[in-house]
Design a protein around this ligand. Structure first.
Ligand code: SF4
Length: 428
């Protein structure tokens, strides 16, 4: 979401004659788009601000702005705590940047952290900052109404609102016509996408079908799905469109129903398993990825073991795994005790990571000998002679360049793998 938001901010500022530079010493304005999801993310941002303070000392003309969730969460407090900051702008206030920058030019501080119930930036054509010009993100909704007990997002990004489907189709069509071959539709909870009223409105399933209908050569992904809203109807739509990618990210967070209840996730272990079974039924070749939190409030050893057993059962191809990090002003911070000792959180996280490495490797070993259609994305980091791309299952494949260009579809026979990457040869 922050990548997309940065592209929206770049579009707003380009209209004010700003240009993007990759050379920080050339910049007259440095904007840091921030994440508040864990304390660690905020600490890293504060370290980065100290670096910008040194740049500012050498060049008094430079302004520094903090935008995104941390701006929304801490508001004026940031201006008080971090002298280097001139500008604080929340995720729904980016249209105010030109006005706020004029204030900064006059030597004042600029701040706007008003949340909106309608802002989707639907009419702004983002300035693409992706490097490969093959894959891109398209934001379809903003905010979240779920209020999971540990999460700051409803507070920092506001309530759910969906973007006009016509603007989404237009943006995805434009990307395809400009050579892009993959779009990822983004929202905090994409299954809740809804435009208009029930009778004549557009649901997420309908939107997905329309985007996939732009061209069979356009691959379509989406993130993130909420397990409570993952419907059979969505899976049927996916099964009917081969260009809807066979990869589903379904954050589980914990394998214990008791922990899920404390997390206010609104589903149980059994419901989650039922949804995975539905995925397996309609999309037998789909890969599955997830998010897991280790050591949430009150988590017992037995509850942790339930997470491990669910991981084994689901056979995740990929997981994003974190220790629980308490965020102030969430339900968990107010009402639950962050009582799992740090060393226990670390031990449990390590067990989760170790298991995931095993599952990722086993999943990829099963691909050896098979042939996959791969969308080439760019030159491999390790060798100019090799390209990397992805299968529909979102697995990275490295293969010899041959005459292939980024944006081409090729068939690759898998010959080897690591836990993170498949290796293969072109299969004509
Ligand atoms: S679904 Fe839960 S975890 Fe995800 S953004 Fe919404 S509140 Fe946060």
């Amino acid at each position: 979401m922050n990548v997309v938001d940065s592209e929206v901010v770049a579009a707003i500022l380009q209209k004010q004659d700003y240009q993007i530079t990759e050379e920080i010493n050339e910049a007259s304005l440095i904007l840091v788009n921030t994440c508040s999801i864990r304390d660690n993310a905020e600490q890293r941002i504060r370290a980065r601000l100290r670096e910008f303070g040194r740049i500012k000392k050498e060049n008094k003309e430079v302004s520094v702005g903090l935008i995104g969730c941390m701006a929304e969460r801490l508001k004026e407090q940031l201006l008080e705590e971090e002298a280097v900051i001139d500008l604080v702008v929340g995720p729904d206030a980016y249209r105010e940047l030109p006005r706020l920058l004029s204030q900064v030019e006059l030597g004042q501080k600029g701040i706007d952290t008003l949340l909106s119930t309608t802002e989707t930036y639907a009419d702004i054509e983002p300035v693409r900052m992706d490097k490969n010009k093959v894959t891109s993100f398209v934001s379809i909704m903003r905010g979240c109404n779920n209020f999971c007990s540990y999460c700051v997002v409803p507070g920092t990004r506001g309530r759910e609102r969906s973007r006009d489907p016509e603007t989404i189709i237009a943006e995805a069509t434009d990307l395809f016509e400009n050579g892009y071959r993959e779009v990822t539709l983004l929202g905090q909870n994409v299954n809740s996408y809804k435009w208009g009223d029930m009778e004549e409105g557009v649901s997420f399933e309908q939107l997905l079908d329309r985007v996939a209908g732009i061209d069979p050569l356009l691959r379509v992904r989406f993130a993130t799905s909420h397990p409570k809203d993952m419907s059979d109807e969505l899976l049927k739509v996916m099964a009917g469109r081969p260009n809807l990618c066979r990869s589903i990210h379904l954050p589980v967070q914990s394998g214990s129903s008791a922990v899920l209840k404390r997390m206010k996730r609104k589903y149980t272990r059994e419901h989650y398993m039922d949804r995975v079974e539905a995925i397996r039924k309609y999309l037998p070749d789909a890969s599955l990825s997830t998010d897991i939190i280790a050591g949430f409030c009150g988590e017992t050893e037995e509850e942790h073991k339930q997470t491990l057993s669910l991981m084994e059962w689901a056979g995740y191809d990929l997981s994003f795994m974190f220790k629980y990090s308490e965020r102030s002003e969430t339900f968990a911070a107010r009402k639950l005790e962050d009582d799992v000792p740090e060393r226990v959180k670390t031990k449990r996280l390590n067990e989760i990571i170790e298991l995931q490495l095993k599952l990722s490797l086993a999943g990829k070993q099963k691909d050896i000998g098979k042939s996959y259609e791969v969308l080439a994305e760019g030159t491999s980091k390790k060798s100019e002679e090799q390209l990397y791309g992805r299968t529909s299952q979102n697995k990275v494949v490295v293969f010899p360049r041959g005459l292939v260009k980024p944006g081409d579809y090729v068939h690759v026979k898998i010959t080897d793998c690591t836990s993170a990457t498949l290796l293969g040869v072109l299969n004509f």
